[in-house]
Design a protein. Sequence first.
Length: 245
Amino acid sequence: MDRRLSGALQDSEKLIPGPSCGAFKPLFEDAQACNRGRVQRRRQNWALKKQCNNGWTDGFNLGHEPVRRNTMKALFAVLVLCAIASAQTVASAPAVAPGCGSPNVKFDVKAEKSQHPMGQPESGKAIVYFVEDDNSFESFPKPTTRIGADGVWVGANHGDSYFYFTVDPGEHHLCASWQSFVGFGMKETSAAAHFTADAGKAYYFRVKNVWLRDHGNGHIELLPLDSDEGQLLTSKSALSTSHPK
């Protein structure tokens, strides 16, 4: 405790005189009246102590300017601003894999749970499915995940959903990236892969978003799927439609 506060509390004991009841016996008719005087003095001293303590708690040291509370508030505000700035830096860091598009492109996404259509590749082309899996993402809101192919964003998913598009035969570079900040503790917000497409074939990729409360940092995974498993996942997922904002 601050020495000035301690001294003030000690002085408060002297504000209400506290001699023994023997000194007051000439003024009191009996011992009961003497006890009432002692109780009253204790109550007054207790009230003064409480007033002093409240003054310190409210950030004042016996009439001086606020010190401790204002300092703690300022420190807390600085820490919050630093955390927000750090999160925005992570969220806005551009994905650099060859499959990713411009970091400035954002999508509005709508998922239709009642529809699970399967596409048919155009003649001489291959079809690619992206299925987003949020079963291991224990946070809110769920990420909106942009999907890129060969440096251009081709669409986005949100929640347990999927969409598909066609590509020409040959090698292709793919990218999956969260388009905005989804929470603290996210380590990897983009993932990449490449594959070689053959005309007339279908390819499935799972975008797995992970954030578990008891298992550290969140991240995103982009993994190829067996065609049978891919068809099973799409049959249980919502169809996603998206357009740039």
